[in-house]
Design a binder for this molecule. Structure first.
Ligand code: GRF
Length: 193
């Protein structure tokens, strides 16, 4: 699992009876990410690779690939990982990388999706879990669910509901990926029951 921040989605996976025991490694680009504490608390191996220690995105991504290969890691879940990975990473794990995004993609891509939906005055937003491909926030959508934006919503209230939904969807999607139940036809991805 790759995470840069609080790690509430990591926690949701840790607490899941299927996913929890299968998390081999948590990688962060930020040494102080709370996600790392959550992993350490339950004895999951952690690693920090700081972006600034590498000459460029290619080298950074290649270093993560190398690390994952030494641990014989087969699948990757990104939750709040704030670095864009280069094609070398995508190629190494193609079809086996999931990302979580707090909007209904393709609406509101990028790093401030919750606020962007509020600022736009959207009446509905949501959560997207998608396979990672070269185009940023552009891979086939595995799961997606809408949330209404209420009259008095601000970032904290909306973010809290989005987070709850993320935790639920991410567990389902990660399990399906690990069990090889995600079927992709062109842009359309489906979970086989
Ligand atoms: C989530 O909202 C995710 O959609 C976004 O970053 C946040 C990560 O939350 N990309 P957490 O670190 O898992 O709590």
């Amino acid at each position: 699992m790759l995470a840069s921040g609080v790690g509430s989605n990591l926690q949701a996976l840790i607490d899941d009876l299927f996913c929890g025991p299968r998390i081999a490694l948590v990688v962060s680009d930020r040494p102080k990410a709370h996600a790392l504490d959550r992993a350490r608390d339950v004895g999951i191996e952690t690693a920090v690779l700081e972006f600034g220690s590498f000459p460029d995105r290619e080298a950074f991504s290649a270093a993560i690939v190398d690390l994952l290969r030494t641990r014989e890691i087969t699948h990757v879940a990104l939750a709040g990982f704030m670095r864009v990975l280069s094609p070398v990473f995508i190629e190494a794990f193609r079809g086996r990388i999931l990302n979580l995004h707090p909007s209904l993609l393709p609406a509101f891509p990028g790093a401030s999706a919750v606020q962007d939906a509020l600022d736009w005055g959207a009446k509905v937003t949501g959560v997207t879990v998608h396979l990672v491909e070269e185009e940023l926030d552009g891979g086939p959508i595995v799961l997606q669910e809408a949330i209404p934006i209420l009259r008095y919503d601000d970032w904290p209230t909306l973010e809290a509901r989005i987070n709850d939904l993320e935790h639920r969807l991410f567990r389902v999607a990660v399990r399906a990926m690990v069990e090889d139940r995600i079927e992709v036809h062109g842009r359309r991805a489906m979970i086989k029951e």
